[in-house]
Design a protein around this ligand. Sequence first.
Ligand code: PMP
Ligand code: GLU
Length: 398
Amino acid sequence: MKPLGKIASEISPSATLAVDNLAKSMTAQGIDVAGFGAGEPDFNTPDNIKLAAIEAVINNETHYTPAAGTMRLRTAVCRRLKEDIGADYEPSQIIISSGAKHCLYLAMSALLDPGDEVLLPGPYWVSYYEQIRMCHGVPVVVGSTQEEGWRVSPEKLEAAITDKTKCLILNNPCNPTGMMYTRPELEKIADICVRHDLYVISDEIYSCLVYGDAEFCSMVSLGEEIKKRTLLVNGVSKAYAMTGWRIGYIAANAEVAKVISRYMSHSIGNASNIAQAAAAEALEGPQDSVAAMKSMFAARREYILKRIAAIEGLNCHEPEGAFYVFINVTGVLGKKCGGKVLATSADFCEELLKKGLVAVVSGESFGAPGYVRWSYAASMEKIKKGLDRLEEFLATLE
Ligand code: PMP
Ligand code: GLU
């Protein structure tokens, strides 16, 4: 048989989903694994949202919708963007798709020609890298360090621009580090993008999950010039505990939105009508559940940071947002676990899972060896158990 497509054959599976699946399959075999792999809220979807979906079914909202999404949901997105970040959008500028992940893929499909370069600040969320390649683009990783607070330096970013650079992908707050840019930092980045005529795909999926004194600033709130070249991506998965409903959105200039809506019309057609009704209720209805979940994430963050700080050999940057801690494990690399040397963070994660029964994702998958990502989107009880096991595991290393 002829070989499969070259690009498709080279795409690696999502490491975050792989770790999560592994932990779930171990649990199904009766093994008591504490899984912190996938960043997925452990809360159930709030009742008002679930009831809206049931009503949608009863009211026969079970047919196709416009490719870009229902007018009700696109209008609800516009209202929320106005209320949350003060940005003005028309429903014609909004595209609804099946999850923010697919929205990112649509955004890259709309922007990229073969060989176009995409600036990707590192550490980066696993799917960006492969999606750029799936859209025939070339990822150009611009790394940052823990000492830099995981912030990409504007100078390094500018130095990586060539005549092939088409866009920048910015994830703020960031998965996996939890870092969040301040307004002045974002202004510098926006200025570079405007001067070099670059598009920005601004993934703001964690915009609601910001802690302490940190204040979220959206890329599109920095003026008309940057707004018109930004494809803002957000969704309901994280803020409303709706990961399984698969609803995300893109807000963009009308021309970009039109192109993306054509892609939608020929690819998935439209996102689930029922899930769109649920998402509309999420965005239009009472917002108190968002605040309640956020305060629980905040308490877990406090707890995990305190415990990590007390463990010899480990440390992390204090995350301002999202629900991850990105732990530096270089202090324990080189030690032995049952005779096997833990040479890399991937070895560390493998042994921690096998011997410690704790699942976390190794930094290699995010372009940052030496680190592990621990999601605290899990109950406090589970987090405590996981950290106890981590300490026990570390105590066995020689
Ligand atoms: N962007 C980032 C940074 C994420 O962590 C996630 C979570 N999977 C997504 C996008 C996609 O979210 P979803 O497809 O569930 O809306
Ligand atoms: N965003 C989550 C994560 O990074 C969910 C899993 C995924 O879609 O990759 O773990």
